[in-house]
Design a protein around this ligand. Sequence first.
Ligand code: ZN
Length: 216
Amino acid sequence: MGVTRKILNWYARIGPSHGKKLPPYEHVVQIGDPMLRKASEPVAVDKIKSEEIQKLIKKLKYVLDKYGSVGMSAPQIGVNKRIFVMRQTALQIASIPKESVKTRGITVVPFSVFINPTLKVIDYSKVTLSEGCESVQGYTAEVARYKEVEITALNAEGDSTSTKYKDWAARIAQHEMEHLDGKLYTDIMDRKSLQCIFWEEVNLAKGKLAIPFYPD
Ligand SMILES: [Zn+2]
């Protein structure tokens, strides 16, 4: 309640003009935003090379980089178009404990753009691991995902591509695909596994800690 009041006071001070920047945003929208619950619209193939779509792809890459994420979908930056990007760099992997890299099957994924993607399950066995989402900032939960999938889509040049992804990369692809249908991992998570990633720090800081909604 107290925190809510503080936020409302902040909003009253800043005023509604603060929210006038139009999408695509340079921040990631948060759970509760109706945009995250809409089924996104396919991109007209003859529009892929348009300034609008190319700028949207650039913005997705910008936000992906800024947040240090591995996947980002257009609805997460406020645009209901069926586009997502993903990548996993060697530098990102170097910052993850080796044991996690192994158990999660995390591998390098080059930066890729997926327009109007479709997903085919290659290996129906499911793997349950904890995952997070930039639109559910500060939390993680365990989610069961297929072990291997194939994504068929158009790339930023409008060419058709088909790529198979296993393990962690398959998880990212399934997670981003669901964003395009207005779904979030919280819909299918093991509810008892939901945790605030800062729960220990909250105790260390005697509660005086805020979830950052924007990277430093
Ligand atoms: Zn997400």
